[in-house]
Structures are given as structure tokens and as C-alpha cells.
Design a protein around this ligand. Structure first.
Ligand code: ADP
Ligand code: ADP
Length: 231
């Protein structure tokens, strides 16, 4: 993992004077899973997208390890940061294997290494490579799509994993499975994970620490699940 530091991060969207995120500062330690939990519209996704440089902050700074995110080369950022979102974000016109191979190819891995990695990732998320390799996203259940989304995010072995309600679109039983798998993965891989949810139970289950956010991502509490439950 790598440490992530947010310093006085603010985001104003065009045409809206009220910031979506205002002066957020936070340090996420290497190898830690931090959950951002809070009501819909409080700026969780905006914060995550700024860490992944999908949108630019209006002001403030973000560092991953010793690098400034706003100055980093985009391909290098892809190598550092995996991103998984609700309803998987898979490209519908690409097979499962092509979706998983996307970032490794982008960052310059060779063909054999990419092919082996796709198999390894499918095994990792509990999908039989022979069965799922050539399928298109529409030929998968919601839970299977989410698994492929997680496999894609992990494929280039990034030290940082950003997850935006990754299990939001699946039924409660599948969600429970996927949560258990993420806990198992985290035990083996030690990624730095920032995980967004509006589900407090999910936050308690998955987080090393939980940031409870109010409007504009103001941090109301930032502590371990145990400490938050006893407060
Ligand atoms: P959350 O992820 O906590 O639901 P978001 O980060 O999606 O919150 O949104 C935070 C605020 O920013 C909301 O008020 C939302 O309406 C606004 N917002 C999000 N995306 C945009 C955008 N592209 N343009 C303008 N406003 C946006
Ligand atoms: P482009 O700029 O080529 O359109 P984006 O950066 O918008 O690409 O991302 C394209 C797709 O890749 C999106 O579906 C997004 O969810 C996914 N994605 C974005 N960042 C990452 C990342 N760091 N790792 C893996 N997938 C990502």
C-alpha cells in the first residue's frame, strides 16, 4: 500500500457556488482500509474521483506516497490506483478478459503476462477462467459483474484501491459474500483501500477506520469501528 494524504481539499462544480467538498483533510495510512460513509450527496464520490484524478480539485492537495496527484503522469496514476464502481463500470463491448486486461495493457505489460494475469484475477474473485473469459458483461449476473469489476481494478496490482459503492447493485446475500471476499483479499494483499458507502453496517464490517461525513464531506468522526460504536 501507499499513504494517501488529502490537504484542505475543496471542489466547486461549475454553476454551483456551494462546494460539493469543502476543506477536507485526511491521512489514510499505507495498507489501511478507510470507509467514507455519509448520506447521499455529501461528496463521497467527488472525493474519490479527485483522488483518482477523474476530476480536478478547485483547491487543496492530494498526495499518494510521495507523489502529488495533480502533477502525476496519467499512465503512472493508473499503475498506482485501481478503481471499482457501482454496477461494475465494465465496458459492454469488451469481453470479461478484455475488460480485465485493459489497465495492464495500458501500462505496458507484455501479452503473455497480461494473459496469465487475467486468469489469475478471475481465479482470485472466484470465477472459472474457462467459463467466463470470453463472456460479455450482459451475459453475467450483477454479482459476477461486480467480481469482474474488482478483478479489473486489481489487475495491474496497484498499491491503492478506490471503491465507490462497489457492492451497491447486488442482492444482500451476494453482497455479504463479496464483502467477505474483500476482507480475505485485504488480508493477503494489504492494499490501501478507500471505500465509499452509505451503508453504516457495511462500513463497520469492512473498515479499519471509518470517516463519518456530513454535508460537503465535513468529517464528523474519523475512528475505528469499535470507537465509533461505543461513542
Ligand atoms: P455522494 O457520492 O456522497 O452521493 P457526490 O460527490 O456525488 O455525493 O455529490 C456531491 C454534491 O455535488 C451533490 O450535491 C451533487 O449534486 C453535486 N455534484 C456531483 N457531481 C456533479 C457534477 N458533475 N456537476 C455538478 N454538481 C455535481
Ligand atoms: P478515458 O479517459 O480513456 O475515457 P477513464 O479514465 O475515464 O478513461 O476511465 C475509463 C474506464 O476505466 C472507466 O470505466 C473507469 O471506471 C475505469 N477506470 C478509471 N480509472 C481507473 C483505474 N485507475 N483503474 C482501473 N479502472 C479505471
Amino acid at each position: 500500500g501507499a499513504t494517501i494524504v488529502l490537504e484542505n481539499l475543496t471542489k466547486r462544480y461549475p454553476g454551483n457556488p456551494r462546494p460539493a467538498v469543502e476543506s477536507v483533510s485526511m491521512e489514510i495510512k499505507a495498507g489501511e482500509t478507510v470507509i467514507l460513509v455519509g448520506p447521499s450527496g455529501c461528496g463521497k464520490s467527488t472525493t474519490l474521483k479527485m483522488i483518482n484524478r477523474l476530476i480536478e480539485p478547485s483547491s487543496g492537495r492530494i498526495r499518494i506516497g510521495d507523489e502529488d496527484v495533480t502533477a502525476i503522469d496519467p499512465v503512472k496514476l493508473r499503475r498506482k490506483v485501481g478503481y471499482a464502481i457501482q454496477s461494475s463500470g465494465l465496458f459492454p463491448h469488451m469481453t470479461v478478459a478484455e475488460n480485465i486486461a485493459l489497465v495492464p495493457k495500458m501500462v505496458g505489460w507484455g501479452r503473455t503476462r497480461v494473459r496469465d494475469r487475467v486468469e489469475e484475477m478471475l481465479d482470485l474473485v472466484g470465477l472459472d477462467p474457462r467459463e467466463f473469459h470470453g463472456r460479455y458483461p450482459r451475459q453475467l449476473s450483477g454479482g459476477q459483474q461486480q467480481r469482474v469489476g474488482v478483478a479489473r481494478a486489481l489487475a495491474a496490482d496497484p498499491p491503492v484501491l478506490l471503491m465507490d459503492e462497489p457492492f451497491g447493485a447486488v442482492d444482500p446475500i451476494t453482497r455479504d459474500h463479496l464483502q467477505d471476499e474483500l476482507i480475505r483479499l485485504q488480508r493477503d494483499l494489504h492494499k490501501t483501500i478507500v471505500f465509499v458507502t452509505h451503508d453504516f453496517d457495511e462500513a463497520i464490517k469492512l473498515g479499519d477506520r471509518i470517516a463519518v461525513l456530513r454535508e460537503r464531506s465535513h468529517i464528523a468522526q474519523f475512528d475505528t469501528p469499535e470507537a465509533i460504536l461505543t461513542n
